[in-house]
Design a protein around this ligand. Structure first.
Ligand code: A3P
Length: 320
């Protein structure tokens, strides 16, 4: 082990043990509730990541559509190389394998950091960190950030299902996981990478100030008008579809490849386990619909959540 790694571990231990927690599984760091087991990776990436100008970073709050957008970004950026291939990497790999999270093991070791320079350009990464907690080099470079969010009711319901499903596999997990308790915690901001509203706001504001750097997308609008938004995304990333590509149906090819039905029925996603925390790939695909909250939340819960959302977002013109 390198000296740097030892130093980091000591630093991590010191920082983590000083943080307030929710039942040990979430730690309060820089204003957000981060899964304690990700803290090592968070500190490492903040310390080590050297962004390249061509990097593309997908930022989301968990359950906002990360898996979907990872697939779309990969397919979009690598379309010349792979879209006609019978062996498209998305057919044999879960999207999380192709587009790693910054705050997982990537930056634990000094040697692994240098390995990253070998990745082909543009490098694709993902993160659940809020804008304010991104590594300084990401904020200072001209690299692009794609932020995806989802209405808080569906985000909450999806988070709750996911935690129930994979909780048993996780090293640290929520102890109290009834719908009511989780809902209460969510409303109080104590959810994975929450407060939900602060997370969304951190990127929304940045996207207003720097539209060439931060692309802000809602899960719902991507569901409703996928063609329009995929074309906007391509334009933002500087890889617009040519008229010939449009004629050949490239936009639809990507959307079909990355659709819920297609991805969730692939062998790798039905049976495989992702390298990220050893979670089963199938748990990243549940319903993939807008409005499933209607089947879970009471009228009172809806009112409470809507009220918070209205209060937090109305002054900045953000609606769900
Ligand atoms: P539901 O639990 O509402 O079904 P994340 O990828 O950020 O973990 O989010 C997971 C959510 O996105 C789940 O929502 C999942 O079903 C949905 N999802 C996964 N793949 C999708 C796809 N290709 N298209 C649309 N939604 C998808």
């Amino acid at each position: 082990e390198s000296l740097e790694e030892d130093e980091l571990n000591q630093e991590v231990r010191d920082v983590i043990s000083s943080l307030p927690t929710v039942e040990g599984w979430l730690s309060h760091y820089q204003g957000f509730w981060i899964p304690t087991k990700c803290m090592h990776g968070v500190l490492a990436t903040q310390k080590h990541l050297q962004a390249h100008e061509t990097d593309i970073l997908l930022a989301t709050i968990p359950k906002a559509g990360t898996t979907w957008l990872k697939a779309i970004l990969f397919a979009l950026v690598n379309r010349v190389r792979y879209l006609d291939s019978q062996q498209h990497p998305l057919l044999a790999n879960n999207p999380h394998t192709l587009l790693p999270f910054l705050e997982t093991k990537l930056f634990y070791k000094k040697n692994e950091v240098s390995d990253l320079t070998l990745l082909t350009s543009p490098r694709l990464f993902a993160t659940h960190l809020s804008y304010s907690s991104l590594p300084t080099s990401v904020k200072n470079s001209t690299c692009k950030i794609v932020y995806v969010c989802r209405n808080p009711k569906d985000t909450f319901v999806s988070q709750w299902h996911f935690q129930n499903k994979v909780g048993a596999l996780m090293v640290t997990k929520p102890v109290s996981n009834s719908l009511e308790q989780s809902f209460n915690n969510f409303c109080r901001g104590m959810s994975v990478y929450g407060p939900f509203w602060d997370h969304v706001l951190s990127y929304w504001i940045e996207s207003l100030e720097k539209p060439e750097k931060v692309f802000f997308l809602k899960y719902e609008e991507m569901k409703e008008q996928p063609i329009i938004h995929l074309k906007r995304l391509a334009e933002f990333l500087g890889c617009s579809f040519s008229p010939e590509e449009e004629e050949k149906g490239r936009v639809n090819d990507i959307l079909k490849l990355c659709s819920f039905d297609n991805l969730s029925n692939l062998e790798i996603n039905k049976k495989g386990k992702s390298s990220v925390f050893g979670i089963e790939n199938a748990s990243y695909f549940r319903k993939g619909e807008v409005g499933d909250w209607k089947n879970y939340l009471t009228a009172q819960m809806v009112e409470r959540l809507d009220c918070i959302t209205e209060e937090k977002f109305h002054t900045v013109g953000l609606k769900f």
